[in-house]
Design a protein around this ligand. Structure first.
Ligand SMILES: [Zn+2]
Ligand SMILES: [Zn+2]
Length: 325
């Protein structure tokens, strides 16, 4: 079903003509809970993964760095609580059972008990469906996977990108390995189908020349408008366009770890704080008062922040960079 973002209350390019040259297109994904298939774009859905390719695993330590013992949950328990379980759970290994049991007794998880951890599918994006998905040469499909734990560098899940040409995949891996145990069910997206919509957006204030940014701040106070929340970047999952604003900390300079080139925004994901003005016309009509959170992937980053995934501007196949913003 199409989703339509309501028009903004004012066109910023008319108020500040300098902004007219700074617009970008972005594709809002509008993920909604459903039953995605490997042939379509999705969040938290099955991947078109070639059967002959080993499933990736995270070898980082998944130890308790916070000084308290987070309780582990089995993926089966997470799905059962969501009413998504149809058959029997795949049996846990003796080692996982022991780790789970000790965790529920409050015993901190040993440093290497959860390594290597099979990755979890987060998103699958076909360029034919997502207009702002720019693929490296020869590719038309992006698969995003993560390790559903906090990791040391940024207290976020480790993210891996796989660029593919869909036509190259002859036989699909039907039952990929899964992490048997997770700490936080908010790192397990509900399966969602996508309803891509391309819109125009304006840059976040920190990327606007200071003099102009100050004039916008002054203007929004006078007019009781909110540039950050209502006039620049839409909330939620989106591809391309501008990076999200930085909310709880100042912007950090980022670059490609492989070649040092600049990075550019690829995928933004967010689970909380949906500004009502961006709610799609169809959602208002269909869902009425139902909160957005109940129909969305249910992913939560930190205290409801955004996870912005960037890729190298020179070669999109270089390892991605992520930032909680
Ligand atoms: Zn990991
Ligand atoms: Zn690079």
């Amino acid at each position: 079903m199409a989703r339509t973002t309501p028009p903004r209350p004012v066109n910023m390019a008319e108020v500040f003509p300098e902004l007219a040259g700074m617009t970008r297109t972005t594709t809002r994904l509008h993920p909604r809970r459903g039953d995605p298939t490997v042939e379509r774009s999705s969040v938290g859905g099955p991947l078109l993964w070639p059967v002959e390719e080993p499933w990736p695993r995270c070898h980082d330590c998944h130890h308790n760095k916070y000084g308290f013992a987070p309780e582990l949950t089995s993926l089966h328990e997470v799905r059962a609580a969501r009413g998504l379980v149809t058959g029997e759970p795949s049996p846990l290994s003796a080692e996982d059972l022991e780790t789970l049991r000790r965790s529920k007794e409050g015993v901190p998880v040993a440093e290497h008990a959860l390594s290597p951890m099979p990755l979890l599918p987060v998103a699958q994006l076909y360029a034919t469906e997502i207009p702002d998905l720019v693929c490296p040469p020869g590719a038309d499909l992006l698969q995003v996977l993560w390790c559903p734990f906090d990791h040391e560098d940024d207290y976020t899940p480790n993210v891996w990108l796989y660029w593919r040409r869909a036509a190259d995949i002859e036989h699909v891996l039907l039952e990929p390995p899964e992490p048997a145990l997770v700490v936080d069910e908010e790192f397990v997206p509900h399966p969602c189908v996508l309803n891509p919509e391309r819109i125009i957006e304006f840059p976040p204030l920190h990327l606007i020349p200071q003099n102009l940014a100050e004039r916008i701040r002054h203007w929004e106070q006078e007019r009781h408008m909110d540039y950050d929340d209502d006039l620049s970047i839409p909330p939620g999952w989106k591809v391309g366009g501008w990076e999200s604003m930085w909310t709880f900390r100042d912007p950090i300079p980022l670059g490609c770890e492989q070649c040092g080139s600049d990075v550019e925004p690829l995928l933004m994901m967010e689970g909380g704080n949906f500004t009502p003005s961006w709610r799609a016309v169809e959602d208002n009509a269909e869902l009425g008062e139902v909160p957005d959170g109940e129909s969305h992937p249910g992913v939560r980053i930190g205290r409801g922040y955004t996870l912005q995934i960037y890729c190298c501007s020179r070669d999109r196949r270089h390892p991605c960079v992520t930032a909680m913003q």
